[in-house]
Design a protein around this ligand. Structure first.
Ligand SMILES: *[C@@H]1O[C@H](CO)[C@@H](O)[C@H](O)[C@H]1NC(C)=O
Ligand SMILES: *[C@@H]1O[C@H](CO)[C@@H](O)[C@H](O)[C@H]1NC(C)=O
Ligand SMILES: *[C@@H]1O[C@H](CO)[C@@H](O)[C@H](O)[C@H]1NC(C)=O
Ligand SMILES: [Cu+2]
Length: 163
């Protein structure tokens, strides 16, 4: 009976570990600015506040959408100096709607280059962290593997005890 309880305990731990290992593997498509979307925001801290309330992982994507009446919204990926001074850098100007998937970790900067939109706060910095589960996955698998080994041993012992 005791080993049976042990077996159940082990199973619970293994299930918990598997859940842990897969926790952040879901890739999220964020609508930048939530329901407001991508346009001149109500204040200059709107998008930095939006980004600061979330943690972004590699594999997540960012949809810049705007369905409101004022057109001419665009998205330009820029480097930090251009983001800081709201100047169009060398690079692509994306028309909306567009979904951008950062190809690696680091901080990405986006601005809208229509008139004074960027100065009025239509700019965002997004920091991408490593996907939890990618660099750590081998360690997690090892841990899970070890638990399965313990589990099998326990199962064999329970079986032998039972017999
Ligand atoms: C900016 O606007 C948002 C949305 O209206 C509001 O929730 C937030 O409190 C405002 N922030 C500041 C600093 O005014
Ligand atoms: C903005 O920064 C970029 C990169 O440093 C620079 O080339 C450009 O001249 C700056 N523009 C203004 C208006 O300060
Ligand atoms: C935002 O744009 C993306 C990419 O075009 C689209 O898949 C998504 O449905 C849009 N979301 C909304 C709320 O319009
Ligand atoms: Cu704009």
């Amino acid at each position: 009976m005791a080993s049976r309880m042990g077996l159940i305990g082990c199973l619970v731990i293994v299930v918990a570990l598997l859940k842990c290992a897969t926790a952040h593997e879901t890739q999220i498509d964020y609508q930048v600015g939530d329901s407001f979307g991508w346009a001149v925001p109500p204040n200059t801290s709107y998008y930095s506040t939006w980004a600061s309330t979330k943690t972004f992982y590699l594999g997540d994507s960012f949809s810049f959408n705007w369905t409101g009446p004022i057109g001419n919204q665009n998205v330009v990926p820029v480097s930090k100096p251009y983001y800081d001074n709201c100047t169009e850098g060398p690079g692509i100007i994306y028309a909306l709607p567009v979904t951008y998937t950062p190809p690696s970790t680091g901080t990405y900067y986006f601005i809208c280059i229509t008139s004074d939109h960027c100065e009025r706060g239509q700019k965002i910095a997004i920091t991408i962290l490593p996907a939890v589960g990618s660099p750590k996955s081998s360690a997690s698998s090892l841990t899970v593997g070890a638990f399965f080994a313990v589990l099998s041993t326990t199962a064999v012992i329970s079986f032998l005890t039972f017999v």
